[in-house]
Design a protein around this ligand. Structure first.
Ligand code: ADP
Ligand code: ADP
Ligand code: MG
Length: 511
């Protein structure tokens, strides 16, 4: 193994593949991309030094196929593999095959991944190391009957979880004993289809907690550990993060230190190396923090930490993996200002966040002081239904939370993506919401705030405006012409003026 890498394979796609390729370029390391048949013209392919095709479109045939990825890594003489997030990023088998083939897996060891991928095992380790955990079942649960018995002991409401879950999938709530069977079966179904396996456990459901996580980085030999502070990810929908910030408005220095210590204790317990995140829930009544899980990879929301600490987490990952030592010491970590990230997904927020696919007809990416956009989007791109719905991450920095938030509002307004529905209008509402701007939020924010009502109201008023303008401007002939153009598109819906207006795509309005 070389001390410094010459060539690294990026086993991912989309914005995160591009993010890693950029870091490799700044370090002077050659980048090798892989791509599915749906990603032939993707930016991660054109921006990498070389790219190899993964035959097929489905994730299992392409970005999740360890054999194909290992073969390309060997064939192209790569020193290391960066897995990004999602896909194979927490896969112990890939990490082990890398270890056996003298290819560095940029992440923790296969042994660590085996433990950290098991939420149940991690909870036990956390407890052993005096880190508080949410009350939960002590052993894996075999069937719905056993689940009902344990749920009664723990007390309702409970969450049925799978030990190997992620991305909010495989978590189901039961408010009473009548709901346990359904929760068990639907968690099982979802986990089996998403992860191929299911190991049930029950956790007490905390009421309206806040999601707080700590970014940790440790040396390759797991001898040095530092933290880069917290991120708050309480604005979620169905256990999936939508908005992330750092610092958390609810944390002071003392709380930060306490939770960061918990995080480092857990990291040490699993012999962690490289960048990782330790997730916690903050109980709204007591203000106590409880360990939730270890995410043994780079996270989607890592940019907010980069903006407040000035540490390039991806570069640091590559340096840690190649040079073994940590390039920074805890005492050199400084926090400045406040950062917010909005996940811009190809989803229609006014239609229950239904996935949206289609061609990007027009794109304008915002900028200005403190604004960063991580995306691999381009005009003319086909958004396929095969992968994650994340189109872009809009990240804003300011000296204070309010400055970051104000910059985000302007940037969201400027951000134009037409051709698919996006979560931009949703984020505009969140950024302007009174409780969000006062730093008051919890994981039930969507149900409790008036964000969704405001969004629907705005959508309705837009469609009424459009109708009136349309009626005023259009003669019968013009209208027929517009209809002709509209039907010549693959999807009538895509140039529906009301919808494109909501999506911010005023330019393709036929009005
Ligand atoms: P974060 O990195 O912020 O925790 P998510 O939890 O939303 O982000 O997950 C990041 C990405 O990884 C998402 O695309 C999600 O679907 C995917 N993902 C998370 N965990 C797993 C897993 N165990 N297996 C497959 N995909 C996962
Ligand atoms: P995943 O691996 O899918 O990310 P997590 O265990 O990290 O699953 O939980 C995801 C989200 O689900 C949390 O951020 C939180 O909103 C909610 N959640 C998980 N466990 C609990 C709990 N015990 N009580 C209340 N909410 C929870
Ligand atoms: Mg999680």
């Amino acid at each position: 193994m070389k001390a410094e890498f010459s060539r690294v394979l990026v086993a991912n796609r989309g914005e995160i593949a591009l993010r890693v390729i950029r870091a490799l370029k700044t370090l002077g390391v050659e980048s090798i991309a892989v791509y599915s048949d749906a990603d032939v013209s993707a930016l991660h392919v054109t921006e990498a030094d070389r790219a190899y095709r993964l035959d097929g479109v489905f994730a299992t045939d392409t970005y999740l196929n360890i054999d194909k990825i290992m073969e390309i890594a060997r064939k192209s003489d790569c020193d290391a593999i960066h897995p990004g997030y999602g896909f194979l990023s927490e896969n112990a088998t890939l990490a082990r095959q890398c270890e056996e083939n003298s290819i560095k897996f940029i992440g923790p060891s296969s042994k660590t991944l085996e433990i950290s991928g098991d939420k149940f095992a991690c909870k036990k380790l956390a407890e052993k190391n005096r880190v508080p955990v949410v009350p939960a079942s002590k052993e894996p649960i075999a069937d719905p009957e056993e689940a009902a018995k344990i749920a009664r002991e723990i007390g309702f409401p409970i969450l049925l979880k799978t030990a190997f879950g992620g991305g909010g999938r495989g978590i189901k709530e039961a408010k009473s004993k009548e709901e346990v069977k359904d929760a068990f079966e639907s968690a099982q179904r979802e986990a089996k289809s998403a992860f191929g396996r299911f190991a049930a456990f029950i956790e007490k459901k905390l009421l309206k907690p806040r999601h707080i996580e700590i970014q940790v980085i440790s040396s390759d030999d797991s001898s040095e550990f530092i933290h880069l502070g917290e991120r708050e990810c309480s604005v979620q929908r169905r256990y999936q993060k939508l908005v992330e910030l750092s610092p958390s408005p609810v944390m002071d220095k003392e709380a930060r230190l306490k939770v960061a210590n918990y995080a480092i204790r857990v990291s040490k317990a699993v012999n962690y190396s490289n960048a990782g995140t330790i997730e916690f829930l903050r109980d709204s009544e007591t203000g106590n923090y409880y360990f939730l899980e270890v995410n043994s990879r780079l996270q989607v929301e890592h940019p907010v930490t980069e903006l407040v600490t000035g540490v390039d987490i991806v570069e640091t990952q590559i340096e840690v993996a190649s040079k073994k030592k940590l390039p920074i010491k805890q005492k050199d970590v400084r926090f400045r200002g406040s950062a917010i990230e909005c996940r811009i997904n190809a989803e229609d927020p006014i239609s229950d966040f239904a996935p949206s696919s289609g061609r990007i007809e027009y794109l304008h990416i915002p900028g200005g002081p403190g604004i960063r956009v991580d995306t691999a989007l381009f005009e003319g791109q086909e958004i396929s239904p095969y992968y994650d719905s994340l189109l872009a991450k809009l990240i804003g920095w300011g000296e204070k939370f309010d400055q970051a938030r104000e910059r985000m509002i302007v940037a969201l307004d400027e951000f134009k993506i037409a051709g698919v529905e996006t979560t931009i209008p949703f984020h505009k509402q969140v950024m302007q919401n009174n409780s969000f701007s006062s730093g008051i939020m919890n994981t039930s924010f969507l149900e409790e705030s008036n964000v969704m009502d405001e969004l629907l109201k705005e959508a309705k008023s837009h469609s009424e405006d459009n109708y009136l303008i349309g009626a005023f401007l259009l003669s019968k002939n013009q209208f027929a012409e517009i209809q002709r153009i509209a039907t010549s598109y693959e999807s009538q819906r895509r140039i529906n003026p009301q919808r494109s207006q909501i999506a911010g795509g005023r330019f393709i309005d036929p009005l």
